[in-house]
Design a protein around this ligand. Sequence first.
Ligand code: TRP
Length: 460
Amino acid sequence: MDNFTNQQKMHGVWNSRWTFILAATGSAVGLGNIWKFPYITGENGGGAFVLVYLLCIAVIGIPIMVAEVLIGRRGRMSPINSMKFVTNEAGRHGAWTLIGWGGVIAGLFIMAFYSVVAGWSLHHVIETASGGFTGIAGEEAGAKFGGFLANKESVIAWHTVFSLMTFGVVAAGVTKGLSVVARILMPFLFVALAILLVYAVVKGDIAQGFAFLFDFKFDKLTGKGVLVALGHAFFTLSLGMGAIMAYGAYMPAHANVAGTVITIGILDTLVALIAGLCIFPIVFANGLEAASGPGLMFISLPVAFGNMPFGLLFGTLFFVLIVVAAWSSAVSLIEPGVAWVTELGKFNRTISTAILTFLAWLGGMACIYSNNWEGDPEKESQFHVFEGLDFITSQLMLPLGGMFIAIFAGWLMNKTVVAKELDAEGHPMFEIWRFLVRYISPTLVALVMVITLYKTFTAA
Ligand code: TRP
């Protein structure tokens, strides 16, 4: 039995090229686009940061995404077993399989804090819909969010609800779970975002929002801003941990990989930019701060919606949108691990999903219990798992994973095999991709990582 038939039997395939595009876009579009992108853009001065971010997506992100899809398609299994397959095929050292292992672990780490933040978003859906933010003032909203975070039972409850939602989809499988969610939720997300954009144009300060995002004031861009932009390019495209590799394994036999990946990159970028164009005009129209950090979405936006006409309706729609985006991303965080456990042949998919979900849930509990959201001075020096996991994954594991994936695909795989798997023999784009993945992406990632780490550890 060849890889393809074997894999089809075990996991299933996307039933069309568009299902793959929607599923991968579902993985890419998440809290990274709607929560993280606007606030890091705010913190790093707007336009110039956006430009660097777009360059990182084009020159580093897209080529590495092609490499991930390539390896997944070639191996047709979980990232661990796909890496094993391509490593054997190319006659390389077994240590390269570590890319797959690192990915499964990084996925669990990210899922741990991701599902906590997604839980906050679920809480905000209910709070907004029930009028909890109507007419609220800035300070009051800050205190209210602080009060919610200090109430551990409630944070745990929402974290658990979100974990169960993710479990439900992944346990249902590639065809009945992941595909269905992608095909229903993604169109909903696009429509909801379009509605919110119209609302922001009509009721918000669109001119100021637009200027903030697209006026390239280079004096506002710092070295750190460049590093943040690169790290975010990985995070937002779901790169470096095998999520896209796992999804690539479920691709139909023939597909134009480059075109597909570029479509996903464009959709993900559009969603981030449109989210910014929804959020900043609303924030500015209410005289709020653009650079208010992670609280932008959980504090400033409720204030804005709470004081705008039809804010209850559109505010609720906004938080539903975030939950939907987070949900379709979370499934891709545990899928690589679930696929691998299933391939061991001891457990069925439901049990495998339960194991992975439970491990990530425990990680989330560690985030919740080690935090100091209530500002207790006695806990000031305690290690915060939440920030720790975010740092280890975004700044170390994802860029390293991405770099090794690029090196493996660019230098160690057989060129003819690669060209064939990408359906790109003799295409000029293929040579450009190969050049980027061999020379440009790994070099830039290495450079940025060395500088980030140097700065982090000398600053401490
Ligand atoms: N890309 C998602 C977001 O922007 C998060 C995500 C899902 C992710 N799967 C991933 C990040 C894999 C890194 C690796 O919210």
